[in-house]
Design a binder for this molecule. Sequence first.
Ligand code: ZN
Length: 194
Amino acid sequence: MYARRDIFKLGLSGASMAAGATLLPGLGKAQGYLGAQGFWGAPGGLGPREVAVHNLHTGESISAIYFDRGRYVQDALDAMNHVMRDYRTGEIHEMQPQLFDLWHTIRDVTGSRRPFQIISGYRSPETNAMLHETTNGVAQNSYHMKGMASDIRLEDVELSHLHSAALAIGRGGVGYYPSSDFVHVDVGPVRHWG
Ligand SMILES: [Zn+2]
């Protein structure tokens, strides 16, 4: 007998991006973003965009309007950079705000009301090299080192649904790690694995 998560894994193994996308009821909505808002556009146009995260390693939470009236809000970005820092070394790195736009879209597509739980945000080169040596699936040139990647989960969205949503949105990289209970999303080139 398979656990529920294993069934989803079997269903998605070898699936193309399009096949993964058909699992998501809100697909039409996700596709709509590509045309109407531009490649990195987020729902809501130039109006306020909120980001809410809970860093599982540090216990820190933040909720902030990071974009308003057509521009990113620097104070909010600075606060986000702090919460997304490499918790092992304390190093802070600028996160690409497009990552928050991607989260914003994911939240809209999934209908989540909860903060993103952060398993990993920025990683210093030292931390990434250490993880590359000791952990399967950690890339040597990870986008985590560029402030462009996050390992996330949502309390009120099943992991397989979060994964399908990220695939359906069709931006950046999407990695599926059901055994570790997170989805990797980044704002690098479009690709997917796991
Ligand atoms: Zn990752």
